[in-house]
Design a protein around this ligand. Structure first.
Ligand SMILES: NC(=O)c1ccc[n+]([C@@H]2O[C@H](COP(=O)([O-])OP(=O)(O)OC[C@H]3O[C@@H](n4cnc5c(N)ncnc54)[C@H](OP(=O)(O)O)[C@@H]3O)[C@@H](O)[C@H]2O)c1
Length: 252
């Protein structure tokens, strides 16, 4: 797999995302929340997609209180969404905002850490639906809009267990391997003349609710916070990564 380092001397220009519309899934909490706030602080109009409206509203309020461009809230449960729900979302973005320049697939479901022999098949399907099928459906629905943008970025969220399998990580690990495959297939379909670039990012160990659920005995104070890792996301969603395509990246 082709890997790429984000330049360590990269400094984010103040309004690097000005005029851009960026859709973030799982925007109400954890990494998605921090990246949404950072995108807005750098000029983007952010579409906040998630399943818990109160969390999305608090991100919305924080963006407007900080004087950022007015965001949009799009409540959607990616587990239950059917292809038409994804198409409707793309149509709403087109009719109300007129463009889409960035798509961050960040929402994720951990599932249970269980040996495959005992993994609950229903839970397997739920995790694959949220972590793999939903990003496919949303990407497919948004691609025509993304292709019309002057310089668009699609970013899939991977994991360490999406690059090397680990016992008990079951559907989560399989879904993250598959997201790397989805990224590579799409990147290969969108050649160098395409104005849409596609990459994956592994956030690394980050202090969030998901991390605490996976590692309950870990001291969260020893982990980076979501705010600590926003820079690579801003780089990959903004114009400075224009030539980065088909890569599997690490945020730390
Ligand atoms: N934290 C880490 O150490 C780490 C490491 C490797 C990879 N990752 C990946 O990074 C991404 C963000 O994770 P995080 O740590 O920030 O986790 P998090 O704090 O649990 O946030 C996950 C977000 O996804 C949303 N979500 C879950 N299921 C959804 C659904 N069915 N429909 C819509 N939204 C849904 C959640 O919404 P609610 O808030 O409403 O539940 C939440 O906002 C995930 O893809 C995860 O796999 C994280």
């Amino acid at each position: 797999m082709s890997t790429h380092k984000i330049p360590n001397d990269y400094t984010v220009p103040a309004n690097v995302l000005a005029e851009r519309v960026i859709l973030v899934t799982g925007a109400g909490d954890g990494i998605g929340k921090a990246v949404s706030l950072a995108c807005a602080a750098h000029g983007a109009t952010v579409i906040l997609l998630g399943r818990t409206v109160a969390k999305l509203e608090s991100v919305y309020d924080a963006i407007t209180a900080a004087g950022g461009p007015q965001p949009a809230i799009y409540p959607m449960d990616l587990e239950g969404a059917v292809p038409n729900d994804h198409r409707q979302l793309a149509q709403r973005i087109e009719s109300e905002l007129g463009r889409l320049d960035g798509l961050l697939h960040n929402a994720g479901l951990l599932g249970s850490l269980t040996p495959l022999e005992h993994y609950d098949p229903v839970e397997w399907l739920r995790v694959i639906q949220v972590n793999l099928n939903a990003p496919f459906l949303l990407t497919q629905a948004c691609l025509p809009l993304l292709k019309r943008a002057p310089d668009a970025s699609v970013l899939f969220t991977s994991s360490g267990v999406g690059r090397r399998g680990r016992a008990y990580w079951g559907a989560y690990s399989a879904s993250k391997f598959a997201i790397e495959g989805l990224m590579q297939v799409l990147a290969d379909e969108l050649d160098e003349n395409s104005r849409v670039r596609v990459n994956s990012i592994n956030p690394g160990r980050v202090r969030t609710a998901m991390r605490a659920a996976a590692y309950p005995a870990e001291n969260p104070a020893e982990l980076l916070t979501p705010q600590d890792i926003v820079l690579p996301y801003l780089y990959l969603l903004g114009p400075d990564s224009r030539d980065v395509h088909g890569r599997a990246l690490d945020a730390q």
